[in-house]
Design a binder for this molecule. Structure first.
Ligand code: DNO
Length: 385
């Protein structure tokens, strides 16, 4: 069977380790979010967090994420120093018995949503990415120079109307949502974003592809010596936004990366929600093609709209063929000795959680619903084969 895990943001998370035991997850996915990106995670700090998890009867299976410093992504500034620090963190994690590491190579921003409280039909709330809102932000708040040439007339017209209809508070919320970082980590500022956009303009897609291969080559010896499996998280959303290059958005991108550094530790975090938001992606086809290098899985669904917008649907609803995905995962798992960790990724804010402050996408009850449905699906498929 797959290994059921749960993302825990650490002691500040409103969902406690005891709660997680009750949802039935066995493994924990977490990170030392308090350590600034790029700095070394010491053995003491890692061990301290690990002890905490184990004293609750759980196990720290996956680190999500050891973030890659912007100097490494742009291969500038102190990147050599940061690569050395990254290697040290990996060795320290291995010394504490943690061997699966998730990371991403998205320029400046991690995942991007424009709305965190999109109300779906049943009254629960979901995360949403709205193309018109993004264009309104890009054209009229960020005021990016090239933006006007990059959207079509229809989008520009809609964005203009949307922006005119927004009050100052709504503009602030949109800006905050787009700039938001992972809970417990720093958000970027508008100024940081503009500067980074300029930097990445010169790097481009090809440059970023070279930089990631250089990064992977610089850590592969450490990974091989310490039995570390790196898992890259796809771009979310898997289309270029705000003029920033994207290199982990499709099967072609994943194949390029896996072939570019063709070594076992160079692996994938197969995220059905991120890849699923791309019109270009067939989720089952991707898994069939690169499944051998998938060491970590995020299961989540999305409902797409024609203009690149989408919202996060319940786990078994939406456009991702979750049955097809699970069938293929069961097939891959049956050939593997070690259980593949998956987590129910995101969930609606629903029931009692609607009255609580929750981390966007990471409320307890919506994810519990997802986990329960997914484990039922897995069991049904396994027993039926
Ligand atoms: C969002 C997450 C991402 C992911 C990172 C991985 O819910 O899936 O923030 O953790 O991109 O590095």
């Amino acid at each position: 069977m797959l290994l059921q895990t749960w993302r825990w943001y650490g002691p500040e998370d409103t969902v406690s380790l005891q709660d997680i035991k009750q949802v039935g997850a066995k493994g924990i996915v977490t990170a030392l979010h308090q350590i600034p990106h790029g700095e070394v995670w010491t053995v003491e700090e890692i061990q301290g967090r690990k002890d905490q998890i184990e004293s609750a009867g759980l196990k720290w299976d996956v680190v999500e994420s050891v973030n890659v410093h912007e100097d490494i992504k742009t291969r500038s500034g102190h990147y050599k120093n940061y690569l050395e620090k990254y290697n040290r963190t990996l060795r320290n994690l291995a010394a504490c018995g943690i061997h699966t590491v998730c990371y991403n190579f998205m320029p400046v921003l991690d995942w991007t949503r424009t709305q965190l409280d999109y109300q779906v039909e049943d009254g629960s709330k979901a995360l949403r990415f709205d193309w018109t809102d993004l264009a309104a932000f890009d054209l009229f708040i960020l005021k990016r120079k090239e933006a006007a040439q990059e959207y079509n007339e229809e989008t520009k017209q809609k964005a203009n109307n949307r922006f005119l209809s927004m009050n100052e508070g709504q503009k602030d919320v949109l800006t905050e949502n787009i700039l938001m970082g992972v809970p417990g980590e720093k958000s970027v500022t508008l100024d940081d974003l503009s500067k980074s956009i300029e930097t990445y303009k010169h790097i481009g897609r090809e440059g970023l592809r070279e930089n990631i291969l250089y990064f992977l080559e610089s850590i592969m010896d450490t990974c091989e010596e310490n039995n570390i499996r790196m898992t890259i998280h796809p771009d979310d959303p898997p289309i270029p936004i705000l003029g920033l290059p994207r290199i982990v958005s499709s099967l072609e991108d994943l194949t390029y990366l896996m072939k570019g550094v063709d070594k076992k530790p160079n692996g994938i975090c197969y995220c059905t929600g991120s890849l699923g938001a791309g019109k270009q992606n067939d989720l089952v086809e991707i898994l069939k093609a690169v499944g051998e290098r998938v060491y970590f899985v995020h299961l989540r669904n999305v409902t797409k709209e024609p203009d690149n917008s989408f919202y996060e649907a319940n786990h078994l609803e939406g456009d991702v063929d979750m049955y097809g995905v699970m069938k293929e995962l069961v097939h891959i798992q049956q050939k593997r000795k070690e259980p593949i960790p998956f987590r129910p990724d995101h969930g609606h804010q629903m029931l009692d959680d609607l009255n609580k402050k929750t981390n966007p996408g990471y409320s307890a009850i919506g994810r519990l619903r997802g986990l329960a449905e997914l484990r039922g699906l897995e069991l049904g498929i396994t027993k039926g084969t």
